[in-house]
Write a protein that binds this ligand. Sequence first.
Ligand SMILES: *[C@@H]1O[C@H](CO)[C@@H](O)[C@H](O)[C@H]1NC(C)=O
Ligand SMILES: *[C@@H]1O[C@H](CO)[C@@H](O)[C@H](O)[C@H]1NC(C)=O
Ligand SMILES: *[C@@H]1O[C@H](CO)[C@@H](O)[C@H](O)[C@H]1NC(C)=O
Length: 145
Amino acid sequence: MKMSFSYAAHGLVLLLTATLLAVSQADTIVVGGSEHWRFGFNYTDWALQHGPFYQNDTLVFKYDPPSDATPPHTVYLLPNLWSFMRCDFSRAQLLANTTQGSGDGFEFVLSNWRPLYFACGEDNGINCKEGMMKFFVVPLRRLQG
Ligand SMILES: *[C@@H]1O[C@H](CO)[C@@H](O)[C@H](O)[C@H]1NC(C)=O
Ligand SMILES: *[C@@H]1O[C@H](CO)[C@@H](O)[C@H](O)[C@H]1NC(C)=O
Ligand SMILES: *[C@@H]1O[C@H](CO)[C@@H](O)[C@H](O)[C@H]1NC(C)=O
């Protein structure tokens, strides 16, 4: 009896420790999950379902390099909500070019508190406007254990 009680107590301590670690750890999230980064998937909806995201979490954008079968994709950061709503790339910053999403994908660490507006800049904004390849996140501060 004594033995099993001590095992149970030990298990509880491990569980609590694991929980505290989980609270202060950063997550790595594949954008779009198994859909990866593609035309026609609703990333605004995806971000709503999978948020909130936290400061120091890593977003991973995965997409194949362009080929006969695959149109080109990129990742841009748009400067504000207005450019995001209009898919206006005139002041956008290229984060990942057409080949950087291959393999393990392109990783972006959410190191800022400010809202981050992501979009695909290919096909004259069509991927963003009609392909729904855009979403924004407002990274939250993670509570420290
Ligand atoms: C994408 O998802 C959002 C959030 O669920 C929704 O408001 C929006 O209408 C959807 N867009 C399209 C084009 O279906
Ligand atoms: C994010 O990571 C940086 C560098 O590792 C660290 O200094 C900072 O405290 C972290 N911020 C949060 C909110 O975890
Ligand atoms: C994309 O960026 C990588 C890393 O900077 C570079 O090696 C590669 O040539 C670029 N690809 C294209 C298509 O510009």
